[in-house]
Structure formats: C-alpha cells, structure tokens
Design a protein around this ligand. Structure first.
Ligand code: FDA
Length: 303
C-alpha cells in the first residue's frame, strides 16, 4: 500500500519542498547517499575500495527542465571523471547516468551529446558508463541512445527492469558480446498495462531475464539485494560455466553491506552504487518505497 504512495510522492514538487526543508531528514538520507560533494563521494570510493568493493557513482539529479541544467549535470560528471582519473581510481569506479538529468525529455540529441561527452571522459579515465533506466516511457529512447553510444564506446552499459513485460525481449537483444547489462526489478510506479504488479511475478521475470543474460555472451550485472535471486544467480553462473569475474553483483550504497562483503570475500566481483549530490529527494523516496522499515526509521527520526 505505502510503496505506491511514496512513489507518487517521489515526483511531487510540494513533497520535495516539505521533505527537503526538514533538517532532521539528513541523518536518514545519509544512510543511502554518500554526501553532497565530490570529495564526499571520493571518500566513499576509497573506503569501499579498501574492502575490495568496486563502485559506480551517480551524481544525483533527474527530470531537469532547461538545457542549462542538462549542461550542469554533464559538467558534474566531467569533474567526477577528472577526479577519478587524477586519483587513478578508474579501475575501481565507473559512473551511472540518468538521461533525464541530461535533458532526455527536452531534446534527445541534447541528452545524447551530454552522454557522449561523459563516455569520452570515462574512456580517458580508463572506465565506463552505465545508463540507468527510468520510467517505462523512456525505455525506447534510452536503448536508442545506448545503441548510438555503443558504436563508439562499446562497453557502455544499460539497465533492464524485470517488472516490464518487454524486458525478456530486450534482454535477448542485449545478451551479446561486449554488452554490459545491469538487471534490476525496477523502482518506478508503472501501470498494469506495461508491468507486472505482483512481486512474485516480478521475481519470476527476473529469473527468466537472468537466464537469458547468463546464457548469452555479454557481461551480466546482478543489481539486487534479494538473497534468493543472489543464490539463483550463483547457480545459473555454475550451470552456464561462467567464471567469477565474468559477471558481477551490484547493490546500493548502505544496503546489505554485510552481503556485499561476503560475496567479495568469496571472490565475486561486487560493485556498490554510490549516489552523491544535493538533489537526493527522488532517489531517497524510491528507497523508502522499497522497504516500509526504512519509512518507520525516517518517521521515528522526525518525532
Ligand atoms: P527487494 O526489494 O525484494 O529486496 C530484497 C531485500 O533487500 C529486502 O528484503 C531487504 O532486505 C533488502 N532491501 C531492498 N531494498 C532495500 C532498501 N531500500 N532499504 C533497505 N533494504 C533493502 N531501478 C530502476 O528502476 N532503474 C535503475 O537504473 C536502477 N538501478 C539500480 C542499481 C543497483 C546497483 C541496484 C541494486 C538497484 C537499482 N535499481 C534501479 C533499484 C531496483 O529496481 C530495486 O528497486 C531495488 O534494488 C530493490 O529490489 P531488490 O532486487 O533489492 O529486491
């Protein structure tokens, strides 16, 4: 019940102002977000690197409304990649990009040129870019931009969401040599016309898509904290003869950290998704929506 309400709130400007102006929100936000500045993000990268965990960095921001904001998002990533390059962290860290922050809804070419600049900087830093997936209305556009980027930057990755009916077909198309796909359940409020609404159906679809990716020639990235899906991924890797390192586990910063360490200690490649920046509202609300216990923690801190 609460999840859909929170997902609706995640896109409300009024709620953004109320939650954003409550100073007591900060400690709860800090559970999921590495900080507001680039040095905060770099501190988190170094700390996780010490634990054998690789990272993907997300400069927070989405749904911008002007080309100037799109350029600002691009420039934030260019500064990030310059810093990663300067510190020689390109082998430990890649970046995740939301095309809505690059102006996808305003002008697809604007988003493509911003993403292209980030891919160039990533290549110079010895790393790569993954395109996050947002709501279902953006999937065709995001996969189209992915195809364009992969012509020049073949290691550019994408995210597929198992809750969408279309995803098995997308997984089949992307399960090819050189392709990097992060498979997730999906975090947006989607209508029954395009997405499974039942959790079990989303999980079953996840397993079907994972089989396609594991059997294929690409590089699967298992983006989930779900213990059952993690165990199934390990079984499928064995079934399809995949060595450790030919796929990786990904989890969000601050969630199931013990499990991240356990998998890394077993020799698996593990990557934490680190968000940082001032525009944390949408990301934070989606994390609350995923788990009612997080909301209880948040509400308690308000009292
Ligand atoms: P599920 O929600 O069933 O959770 C399984 C268990 O994990 C829970 O029982 C709990 O223990 C723990 N857990 C999960 N969420 C938690 C939370 N918020 N707080 C505390 N514990 C939690 N989505 C999307 O639409 N587009 C995208 O680009 C991405 N990108 C992305 C990157 C990475 C690295 C990850 C891990 C996830 C995403 N997601 C995403 C989010 C994804 O779609 C999904 O909403 C969350 O991962 C939660 O689903 P789980 O698979 O973890 O299972």
């Amino acid at each position: 019940m609460l999840g859909p309400v929170l997902l609706t709130a995640s896109r409300s400007e009024t709620m953004r102002k109320i939650v954003g102006s409550t100073p007591i929100t900060r400690p709860v936000v800090d559970r999921f977000v590495a900080g507001e500045t680039l040095p905060d993000a770099l501190t988190a990268v170094r700390s996780l690197a010490g634990d054998g965990i690789e990272v993907t960095l997300d400069h927070l921001g989405e749904d911008i409304t002007s080309p100037a904001q799109a350029h600002a998002s691009r420039d934030a990533y260019l500064r990030l990649l310059e810093a990663l390059n300067g510190e020689g962290l390109g082998t430990r860290a890649e970046v995740s990009v939301k095309l809505s922050a690059f102006g996808q809804a305003l002008d697809e070419d604007l988003a493509l040129s911003g993403a292209r600049a980030v891919c160039e900087a990533a290549e110079a830093a010895g790393t790569t870019v993954t395109l996050d997936m947002e709501d279902h209305t953006t999937v065709d556009s995001t996969l189209g931009i992915l195809d364009e980027l992969r012509r020049d930057f073949p290691r550019t990755g994408a995210v597929l969401q198992s809750y969408l009916f279309r995803t098995e077909d997308d997984a089949r198309r992307l399960a090819v040599k050189g392709s990097r796909v992060r498979l997730v359940k999906g975090a947006y409020k989607e209508p029954a016309s395009v997405a499974f609404q039942d959790k079990t159906e989303v999980d079953l679809a996840y397993v079907r898509c994972l089989k396609i990716l594991m059997a294929g020639e690409g590089y699967p990235m298992i983006g989930s904290h779900d213990p059952r899906l993690i165990a199934i991924a390990e079984d499928l890797a064995a079934r399809y003869g995949r060595e450790k390192g030919s796929f990786e586990f990904q989890m969000l910063y601050g969630i199931r950290t013990d499990e991240q360490l356990r998998l890394a200690a077993q020799g698996h490649r593990v990557r934490a998704y680190i968000p940082y920046g001032a525009d944390w509202y949408g990301y934070f609300m989606r994390r609350l929506a995923e788990r009612p216990a997080n909301l209880t923690f948040f509400l308690r801190s308000l009292i």
